[in-house]
Ligand binder design. Structure first.
Ligand SMILES: NC(=O)c1ccc[n+]([C@@H]2O[C@H](COP(=O)([O-])OP(=O)(O)OC[C@H]3O[C@@H](n4cnc5c(N)ncnc54)[C@H](OP(=O)(O)O)[C@@H]3O)[C@@H](O)[C@H]2O)c1
Length: 248
């Protein structure tokens, strides 16, 4: 593995990215294609995908299980060796940002953040893990965040976002345990991409130290490198872009 970029040793023949329109998701799609991945199912709300013969676009919405089930059904004859959930929200579509104090908690906002960051990825797991062959390796990875770590939480704030990612991490661990019983070569993990220049981070970039913001292309290369280097014994955990485990 290349120490500076975590350049991968191997890439899958087939992969699926849910959230292919996002900053990190689009970069993951493009990097997988550049590395020779032959078939990339690229899911977004609009059903658009990067141009190129490797891409099979599809439409899905995290709030619509039927659309997620349809995506899985579409892939069943040639299931992706890697599934990466690269969707998520920090600021809601109506502009509501993350809460800095318990006094601002709003059940509607909390429910929406959990629907998008926790329940949506869980439904993707529900339908995509069922596609995975028992006797072959696979990777299911969901973009989580370091702020979802309970033991690493020193700053507080961002209540719904942090809690939605902590809950996602718990589901990842649960799915890993369940899959290991029948799919010994499977890997189910969370990923922390670093602070990446995207629509999600843009409103919060002002106070960042120089060099702290990573380009999506570099983040994607690093994350693919991390996934390519994982083994089934590491399933159920969350890893950062360096490949270091994020504590629970
Ligand atoms: N950027 C960072 O610094 C950072 C740090 C830690 C963790 N992360 C995590 O990394 C992941 C990707 O973040 P990003 O920075 O790439 O954000 P982004 O550029 O804002 O992309 C977010 C993605 O989520 C999709 N999405 C939102 N609501 C959806 C819905 N209802 N149904 C389907 N897709 C939906 C968006 O699709 P549309 O294009 O249709 O809106 C977009 O593809 C998130 O889980 C985030 O929490 C990011």
């Amino acid at each position: 593995m290349d120490e500076t970029t975590n350049a991968p040793r191997a890439v899958p023949r087939t992969a699926c990215v849910f959230g292919a329109s996002g900053g990190i998701g689009k970069a993951l799609c493009e990097k997988l294609a550049a590395l020779g991945c032959e078939r990339i199912y690229a899911g977004s709300r609009r059903g658009a995908a990067p141009t190129g013969s490797a891409f099979t676009p599809f439409a899905f919405d995290l709030n619509d299980e039927v659309s997620i089930a349809a995506a899985a059904a579409m892939m069943k004859d040639d299931p992706p060796e890697w599934v990466i959930v690269a969707s998520g929200v920090l600021t809601l579509a109506d502009g509501t940002g993350p809460e800095r104090t318990y006094k601002r908690l709003d059940p509607r906002v909390m429910a929406e953040v959990f629907a998008l960051n926790t329940i949506g990825p869980a439904l993707i797991a529900k339908h995509c893990l069922a596609l995975m062959p028992r006797s072959r390796p696979f990777v299911f990875a969901a973009l989580s965040a370091r702020v979802g770590s309970i033991s690493d939480n020193r700053l507080g704030g961002w209540h719904s976002y942090r809690a939605s990612k902590a809950a996602l991490n718990m589901l990842i661990r649960n799915f890993a345990i369940e899959m290991a019983r029948t799919h010994p070569q499977g890997i189910v993990v969370g990923l922390h991409p670093g602070t990446v220049d995207s629509a999600l981070s843009r409103p919060f970039q002002a106070g960042l130290a120089p060099g702290q913001l990573t380009a999506p292309e570099l983040a994607a290369e690093r994350l693919i490198g991390v996934l390519a280097g994982l083994s089934p014994e590491q399933s159920g955990r969350v890893f950062d872009w360096r490949g270091a485990e994020v504590p629970a």
